[in-house]
Write a protein that binds this ligand. Sequence first.
Ligand code: KQY
Length: 365
Amino acid sequence: MRILNTLPREDGYHMPAEFEQHWGCIMIWPERADSWQYGAVAARHAFCQVAEAIAKSEQVIMLCSFEQYDTAREMLPEHIQVVEMSTDDAWARDVCPTFVKNDVGDIRGIDWGFNAWGGLVDGLYFPWDKDNKAARKICDFLNKDVYDQRDFILEGGSIHSDGEGTLMVTESCLLSAGRNPKLSKEEIEKRLKECLGAEKVLWLPCGIYQDETNEHVDNICAFITPGQVVLSWTEDKEDPQYEMCEKSLKYLESQRDAQGRKLTIHKLPLPQPIYMREEECRGLIHLNGEPTRVDGERLAASYVNFYISNDSIVMPAFQDKSDAQAKEILEKLFPDRSVVQIPARDILIGGGNIHCITQQIPMHK
Ligand code: KQY
């Protein structure tokens, strides 16, 4: 593995879309006591269901700590690889490399700086040094060259690519004070284009209400093909989320992608607001005196937080009346894939969902 100080675009690399073919997927075993209630038992079952659904059509690699190796190995089927690696939590989307690909099918990783979604400004835990080293270690064991971009703070959940030159991000996240405060919006856009091989960046104004990542794009909107997106949507005008969805819709309607196409926007209903329960709060243990969830806190639930595997869409279910409708919509939009719904409240309590706990490795030579 080489550590590179050049830029992916000038080397002929770009970020493929998630709906292109994958070689595999990386996940991280949940363990952290202030993220996963009651010893992470229920979360582990949910992670196993996600891993098994993805493993039907691609290789799944589950990273875990030394302490959790035996448990993870016992709970996961043999065809899922379990690899010991230190991390601070289980957000593979955000701490694993973003993979870029060239025209002859080679892939390389990008090692972004990671500061737990905002560092000392509004980060979600401290320290985060194990997470920050994970991307490089993964490239090392996969034997893939890695671009050193550690001076630029970015998480995988804050970017989407259509694979044809268009990226999608949110202003609330990428312009947040805890990430790259010394860079202007223009400088951030330039860096994204140089690293991800893109010509156009779509800047959604915001994401999902109360999303503690400063509103990652992967909770509000996703490409389903080049030129088509799904957008989280509510009809409830009393909900603060309504205005956020409206702003995003108006913005997307006003834009064209890198190929000059107007976007087709499919609305995906949001579940009814979901709140933390008292018994769930009691199952979380404070670490380092850091705050954890409080009773009645609204969680940032969204069906858009799905993973596109080679043969399926792995999406959350929330025991909500919109579960079935959201599944049907995705079934129509992805006619060549089955849609698998996994009860995801225990992942949501951690602060994200199925997309946040997965990171695809594109198909490669
Ligand atoms: O990508 C994400 N949604 C990660 C959220 C981290 C929450 C930490 N408790």
